[in-house]
Design a binder for this molecule. Structure first.
Ligand SMILES: O=C(O)[C@@H](CO)OP(=O)(O)O
Ligand SMILES: [Mn+2]
Ligand SMILES: [Mn+2]
Length: 560
């Protein structure tokens, strides 16, 4: 992916804007703009730094779209997420994303004609095909309707034995919705059984505790999944997935995101679906970050992150290829979006020195996603990426400040060092704490992120630089499910339904700093700008004209 030989990497000089200004580029993760009320944690938190960028500054603060088709998702009902958000921010163009590509491949049937399906279907006659992934209609990592189509498609094409290993969500969808998704899946599997296919759920667990870790923050998460899915071993054993999810959810403090691992057993107590030699495995998440570690465990012969105990000889395909550089997994059902010529690659070719930093849980967002799902540097002489280790094994409402201060200090030092032209960070707090549904903790999180912004802005001030502050999608600005009129929607018992997910809200973007040339302001003539318009904007602020096919820059320079 990325650098094809015949690209003209030289960017033209911007006719009016100078080069050499240090740019502090801040992405607040999960920081949207919404009406002020008690469920808007950004409004509730003291956020003087962010307020100072907005109030009375209509020329240098505005809102941009961060969801739906503006970031390459299938519909305007799709909330934004970090993958598509950072892809758009870094690539400057809108790509049809995984969710959409899988929809198209299923609708046309092409998914069954390509190499990945042909490969795994060789196991249909004698082996079991296992489907592993997030059981949810959240549309961030996976979608239940796609899984339903796959099950049907596999059965119609000869799969005789199917096992599904479910991961419950509660993060992109309401907590407790796992029960309904399991009911839907069970009905589909029963229908398959009535047609003579031996199909059932084999194991499960909550996404944040089983399988879906990312950026190597905590391998024990992946191990718990391996034990249940491959070895058929877990602390909890049930006769059915519905019983499993209902029973485990009834434990005090339990929630869908963190359900413990379980396996389904038969009458003799034997696991119904461990993965064995000759089987096929399909991981049905289309999003990469939380599948890469699992893919390594499934695919790598040399693997030392935990003891796999037994490594079955399987045919494994991902819904997509999750890492284009690592070519992982080597087989996949749908080709991922080919995001090329990202702003990071252009800027490296034009001598711009870049520093990027976040803590582990968001490190890949501001590097891998930013660079079009590509790991590593474009030019290691010009770039430095710093990862601050995240806390692991906790839910972030207990540490809502996370590593915001450390990230800000690293960014400050990088700015003051004079060694970098662009210093880019992701501040995770609003998002990671917002996902816990803990409103008080999320307020603390937003305050911490705002303090980090202040530290970085002060450094930019000192060196006469420019800041660009934006976000990848909403989360902390709305913590409650709402009805159509915008009022909090109550459930059957009259309780508030806490929103742990991202939102459909727009996000702010602000520019400024002593290095910003007089006369630079946001244009008013772009109808509905979105995250993809940011890359060209940043290129301009570095003194370059963006490539023609980039979404237009948000700024203009008027004569003063
Ligand atoms: O945690 C995640 O995987 C997603 C939500 O499913 O959040 P983000 O897109 O912000 O990384
Ligand atoms: Mn995000
Ligand atoms: Mn998130």
């Amino acid at each position: 992916m990325g650098s094809s030989g015949d690209v003209n990497w030289k960017l033209a000089d911007h006719p009016k804007l100078p080069k050499g200004k240090t740019i502090g580029l801040i992405v607040l993760d999960g920081w949207g703009e919404s009406d002020p009320d008690q469920y808007n944690c950004i409004h509730k938190a003291p956020t003087p730094a962010m307020d100072s960028l907005k109030n009375g500054r209509p020329d240098t603060w505005r809102l941009i779209k961060a969801h739906g088709t503006a970031v390459g998702l299938p519909s305007e009902d799709d909330m934004g997420n970090s993958e598509v958000g950072h892809n758009a921010l870094g690539a400057g163009r809108i790509y049809a994303q995984g969710a959409k590509l899988v929809d198209l491949a299923l609708a046309s049937g092409k998914i069954y004609e390509d190499e990945g399906f042909k490969y795994i279907s060789q196991s249909f006659e004698k082996g079991t095909v296992h489907l592993i992934g997030l059981l949810s209609d959240g549309g961030v990592h996976s979608r239940l309707d796609q899984v339903q189509l796959l099950l049907k498609g596999f059965a119609e094409r000869g799969a005789k034995r199917i096992r599904v290993h479910i991961l419950t969500d509660g993060r992109d969808v309401l907590d407790g919705s796992s029960v309904g998704f399991v009911e839907t899946l069970e009905a589909d599997l029963a229908a398959l059984r009535s047609k003579g296919v031996d199909a059932q759920v084999a194991s499960g667990g909550g996404r944040m505790y089983v399988t879906m870790d990312r950026y190597e923050n905590d391998w024990s998460v992946v191990k718990r999944g391996w034990d249940a899915q491959v070895l058929g071993e877990a602390p909890h054993k049930f006769k059915s997935a519905l019983e499993a999810v209902k029973t485990l959810r009834a434990e005090p403090g339990a929630n869908d995101q963190y359900l413990p691992p379980f396996v389904i057993v038969d009458d003799s107590g034997k696991a119904v679906g461990p993965i064995v030699d000759g089987d096929a495995v399909v991981t049905f998440n289309f999003r990469a970050d939380r599948m890469v570690m699992h893919a390594k465990a499934l695919e790598y012969e040399d693997f030392d992150k935990f003891d796999r105990v037994r490594v079955p000889k399987i045919r494994y395909a991902g819904m997509l290829q999750y890492d284009g550089e690592l070519k992982l997994p080597s087989h996949y059902l749908v080709s991922p979006p080919l995001i090329d010529r990202t702003s990071g690659e252009y800027l490296a070719h034009n001598g711009v020195r870049t520093f990027a930093c976040s803590e582990t849980v968001k490190f890949g967002h501001v590097t891998f996603f930013w660079n079009g799902n590509r790991s590593g540097y474009f030019n290691e002489k010009l770039e430095e990426y710093v990862e601050i280790p995240s806390d692991s094994g906790i839910s972030f409402n207990v540490q809502p400040k996370m590593k915001a201060l450390e990230i800000a200090e690293k960014a400050r030092d990088a700015i003051l060092s004079g060694k970098f032209d662009q210093v880019r960070v992701n501040l995770p707090n609003g998002d990671m704490v917002g996902h816990t549904g803990d409103i008080e903790a999320t307020v603390v999180a937003c305050e911490a992120a705002d303090r980090a912004v202040r530290t970085i802005l002060d450094a930019i001030e000192q060196v006469g630089g420019i800041y660009v502050v934006t976000a990848d999608h909403g989360n902390a600005e709305d913590m409650v499910k709402r009805d159509k009129s915008g009022k909090p929607a109550l459930d059957k018992e009259g309780n508030l339904q806490i929103l742990t997910s991202h939102t459909l809200k727009p996000v702010p973007i602000a520019i400024g700093g002593p290095g910003l040339s007089a006369g630079v302001r946001f244009r008013q003539d772009i109808e509905t700008p979105g995250l993809a318009n940011v890359a060209a904007t940043v290129m301009n602020l570095h003194g370059f004209v963006a490539p023609n096919d980039y979404e237009p820059s948000l700024i203009e320079v008027v004569d003063m």
